[in-house]
Design a binder for this molecule. Structure first.
Ligand code: ZN
Length: 428
């Protein structure tokens, strides 16, 4: 750990910069960086890093050979050439410490019905020590922490004694191909930290995620003779119920899982979007349902895909119409593994010490039933990947918000982590 004097300097610098950090966070929250619309915010980040002495690389997913990689997920309805990644590097002329990647995603999920928000979803409003907005918590707060942890080092008169790459990526909420693209571009380090909003806990395990679209065809007739037609929406509903039963069975087997046995129903199934039909008085001829289902660390993606397809096919056989007009399952996003950060890595030990120095208490671990990007670093590119960051509420919900006091302390913890992991060199 950095000594007391250094820690004090870092703490003073985080404090002195914090107003600016909050302004920075509000600024990036005001960019509605929804999927396919992240480029203006990535341009903003490109300029921000460029103005602070970083070497900045901006490239799109189409610029790397992502389709060749076995862990790339299909991108449907969004152009890889428009999905930009930003990597900002501070290189050390004579490295003495360990290199580090700190990565945050800047894509956000849709805000939903605006009237359910207390404040405008892209306003970055601050009230009673919280900042509100879509992405304020997941995970632009973490992005501000990584940027201002580095700012604190500089303001305190230090530079990391190893290469540090700060990365802002897209596609975390849909495929993970943004993180993958930075790795395929060639960026590596001896550890990776992803400051997702974990409330100051280390993520011990995350589940995987599969996305798929079910397409059902029906026969349109006048509703007056509905019995002679087939209602695609009702057939779709039949399939949703079958997948709920499939999920129930998966959660039975999860009861003996090493990491997830203590969590009630860790496999989450969600029919998230439904479209279908053309007219209130015609039986719908089509229905599409976009779904998400989880899987446990260690479970094979292809096996879980086949199991979903079988559950849908079996349910179709019990429905007179579907038996002759089989529904289609299209894999249109996440094909993501779960990941376990095995306890005992040196990187985790250093982070735990940094957490203790900043917060004055032990860092606890959490097991999550959602996915994050650490799997790419930890599972496929062999570097310890830590998921740890600030505290907030309402991810993917209305009134999403981040706690500013906690964010400040997290920023200090990250500065202390960089100081210890990379080592420090004095700058004049
Ligand atoms: Zn996130």
């Amino acid at each position: 750990m950095p000594d007391k004097t250094t820690l004090r300097k870092l703490s003073d610098a985080v404090e002195a910069n914090f107003e600016e950090q909050v302004r920075f966070l509000a600024d990036i929250v005001r960019h509605p960086s929804l999927r396919g619309r992240e480029a203006p915010l990535q341009d903003h980040m490109y300029r921000w890093f460029g103005g602070r002495g970083y070497t900045v690389d901006r490239f799109s997913i189409a610029d790397v050979h992502w389709l060749d990689h076995p862990k790339a997920s299909p991108m449907v309805g969004v152009d890889p050439a428009g999905s930009f990644q930003v990597v900002a590097t501070k290189r050390c002329a004579s490295p003495a410490g360990r290199s580090l990647i700190i990565q945050g995603h800047i894509d956000v999920v849709p805000e939903g019905p605006v009237e359910m928000w207390s404040f405008p979803p892209y306003g970055g409003t601050v009230k009673d020590g919280w900042m509100y907005g879509r992405g304020a918590h997941d995970m632009k707060s973490g992005v501000s922490a990584m940027c201002f942890a580095m700012e604190a080092l500089r303001a305190a008169g230090f530079a990391p004694a190893a290469d540090v790459h700060l990365q802002t990526v897209t596609e975390e909420e849909s495929t993970g191909n943004g993180a993958l693209a930075t790795l395929l571009r060639g960026y590596r380090a001896e550890a990776c930290l992803i400051p997702e909003p974990t409330g100051g806990t280390i993520t011990r395990a995350h589940t995987g995620t599969l996305w798929f679209r079910i397409r059902v065809r029906g026969v349109p007739v006048h509703v007056a003779v509905a019995q002679s037609g087939s209602n695609a929406i009702m057939s779709g509903y039949h399939l949703i119920q079958a997948l709920q039963e499939h999920t129930r069975q998966l959660n039975e087997t999860a009861k003996t899982d090493k990491w997830y046995s203590g969590i009630q129903d860790p496999i989450k199934f969600n029919p998230g979007m439904i479209r279908g039909g053309d007219w209130a008085s015609s039986t719908p001829a089509w229905c599409e349902i976009d779904c998400r289902i989880g899987l446990l660390p260690g479970q094979d993606i292809a096996t879980q895909q086949r199991a979903v397809e079988k559950a849908v096919a079996d349910a179709a056989k019990t429905d007179h119409f579907l038996a002759n007009n089989p529904p289609e399952v299209q894999w249109n996003g996440f094909l993501a593994d779960g990941y376990v950060l095995e306890p005992g890595s040196e990187a985790e030990t250093v982070l735990a010490e940094a957490h203790r120095a900043a917060f004055g208490q032990e860092m606890s671990a959490r097991i999550t039933t959602a996915v994050n990007d650490t799997r790419f670093y930890g599972l496929y590119f062999d570097m310890p990947a830590l998921c740890y960051g600030p505290k907030g509420e309402g991810a993917h919900a209305f009134d999403e918000r981040t706690n500013l006091e906690h964010l400040k302390t997290t920023t200090l913890a990250m500065a202390a982590f960089i100081a210890d992991w990379c080592g420090l060199q004095a700058i004049d």
